[in-house]
Write a protein that binds this ligand. Structure first.
Ligand code: AMP
Ligand code: FE
Ligand code: FE
Ligand code: ZN
Length: 280
């Protein structure tokens, strides 16, 4: 059973539509996929309609932007009630803040490079969550950088003068909202220093206290040297060990199924969640 529980589509910064994701997962020999677009559940319904034809089971999820003492991080929320009001309020706030932040970043970039907000908007599907990858797409189109990755190594990285923060919830609160909405939370790529500063060990204890279910260990952005410590931490705090591709279609080199999560972990996850996995 190959289970890849963390992927993105055009509903955020992935390049495949939710329907394409399901087909691609079937072709890649994935048995169960998690759809976890950034701060939106907008892909759930279309992906659900692809379960039958693709033969791939679907875990409905969302990757939530959050903070720990000024450090940005990502919390995966799984199988929660999408109509829950606390979740909906969070999603609205962070998505609005993402738009303002992207516009501010484009203002700054436009002083030095030939890009406008309209150029960026052409790369965002209507209603999708806006992120730096869409700005990267406009920079590629303008010939400023060769690809998304190159945009992130310099212009869009967190220490760049063009970078602007966006608002996000405290991670412990995000965990509590997810649990309160009948879902479970998994800390995404917690040891990825080229993305953000790494949170200190006590953060894991606070998150476990708040009701965290698991941590993502097998992820290409986690430092190889940190994985044994993460595994030990998971065992000590009673957290499940996850692995995933974080697939973004052609938006990133990550390939479906390059890392996976065990069936036992997914069974434990689904047993404590309100929504069910959708099976073919
Ligand atoms: P944002 O959420 O707007 O701050 O942008 C972060 C997103 O950019 C992450 O979700 C990644 O998918 C994407 N990203 C980060 N680093 C890279 C990279 N080197 N190449 C392509 N996409 C990246
Ligand atoms: Fe992303
Ligand atoms: Fe992430
Ligand atoms: Zn992701």
């Amino acid at each position: 059973m190959r289970i890849d529980p963390h992927t993105h589509t055009t509903r955020s910064d992935g390049r495949s539509t939710p329907a394409e994701l399901m087909r691609e997962a079937g072709q890649a020999g994935i048995d169960m996929i998690g759809l976890t677009d950034h701060d939106t559940v907008a892909g759930w319904d279309v992906a659900a309609r692809g379960v039958g034809a693709s033969g791939v089971a679907l875990i409905r999820g969302m990757e939530i932007s959050a903070m720990y003492h000024g450090i940005t991080l990502h919390m995966l929320g799984y199988l929660f009630d999408p109509d829950n009001s606390a979740i909906q309020r969070h999603v609205r706030e962070v998505r609005d803040s993402r738009v303002n932040r992207a516009r501010d970043m484009v203002d700054r970039l436009s002083r030095d490079f030939p890009i406008t907000w309209a150029d960026v908007q052409r790369h965002i599907e209507p209603g999708a969550t806006v992120g730096r990858p869409h700005i990267a797409d406009a920079l590629v189109e303008a010939g400023v950088v060769p690809d998304r990755g190159a945009a992130f190594t310099d212009l869009l990285r967190a220490s760049s003068p063009y970078y602007v923060w966006h608002q996000a919830a405290e991670a412990s609160e995000a965990i509590e909202w997810i649990n309160g909405a009948g879902g479970r939370a998994v800390f995404a790529h917690p040891a990825a220093p080229h993305r953000n500063r790494i949170v200190p060990p006590e953060a894991f204890e606070e998150f476990a206290e708040a009701g965290l279910f698991g941590i993502e260990i097998d992820h290409r952005d986690n430092l190889e040297s940190a994985k044994p410590e993460l595994a030990a931490m998971a065992d000590r705090l009673g957290l499940a060990r996850f692995g995933s591709s974080d697939y973004h279609g052609l938006g990133k080199p990550n390939r479906l199924g390059e890392n996976t999560t065990s069936q036992a972990v997914i069974e434990a996850l689904t047993q404590s969640c309100q929504l069910e996995v959708l099976y073919p």
